[in-house]
Design a protein around this ligand. Structure first.
Ligand code: AMP
Length: 219
């Protein structure tokens, strides 16, 4: 049976990357993170990476045409045919509309909003680390087993360059202004599931799986 086609929304530090990775593993679908795609593009020095870097460093959104192009290309790959989880896209109404228009309004089965209060996300961001090659998420509390080398792909595990105080504040403001309105957009399409993202990683995953399976079997 085909896996679900999911979008995961949430503030920076809400646990989107970690949970999207776990959902991807559970359902056997790819996790598509635009942030990871851009960080990897910067690391290897591609043209998209060069264009994206100055926006990323400032906590600003990369221009829609660049992001939408990257996502369309990624969704055209074969491994997305039986489902996917989009993490970090769409980030504003223009991107959500582009996704619906380019791929058809039923491109997504369910949009999950991972709800976590701001004081908790700030604590999580201070501790988080990421693999620059494959995007696997780590934290000071759960580091890779071998000296900041990724357990999955042996890439470099680092603190994100854009996890500075100013850039974090800017990203949280942008989330409230530009991304949060998508909750209403997907609610109107009857595709929204809001899930409590507080508590430990396992408990949140269990809540997510219950929420997703409940919603998708009812449809
Ligand atoms: P993330 O890892 O999702 O927090 O993304 C890191 C950075 O990449 C963001 O602060 C943006 O500069 C850029 N980025 C990632 N996804 C998008 C998107 N959908 N639209 C615009 N910029 C994005």
């Amino acid at each position: 049976m085909a896996g679900p086609r999911l979008v995961i929304l949430g503030k920076q530090g809400a646990g989107k990357g970690t949970q999207a990775e776990r959902l991807a593993r559970t359902y056997g679908i790819p996790r598509i993170s635009t942030g990871d795609i851009f960080r990897n593009a910067v690391e290897i020095g591609t043209e998209a990476g060069t264009r994206a870097k100055k926006y990323m460093d400032a906590g600003e959104l990369v221009p829609d045409d660049v992001v939408i192009g990257v996502v369309e290309e990624r969704l055209a790959e074969d491994d997305t045919r039986d489902g996917f989880v989009l993490d970090g896209f769409p980030r504003n109404a223009e991107q959500a509309r582009a996704l619906d228009e380019e791929m058809g309004a039923d491109v997504v089965d369910l949009v999950i909003e991972l709800e976590v209060p701001t004081e908790i996300v700030l604590r999580r961001i201070a501790s988080r680390r990421v693999c620059l090659t494959c995007g696997a998420p780590y934290s000071l509390g759960s580091p890779p087993s071998d000296d900041w080398t990724c357990d999955v792909c042996r890439g470099r595990v680092v603190q994100r360059e854009d996890d500075t105080e100013a850039a974090i504040k800017r990203r949280l403001d942008l989330y409230a202004e530009r991304t949060e309105p998508l909750v209403a957009y997907y609610l109107a399409q009857d595709k929204l599931a809001s899930i409590d993202g507080t508590g430990d990683v396992e408990a949140v995953t269990a809540r997510l799986l219950r929420g997703i399976d409940g919603r998708l079997t009812r449809k």
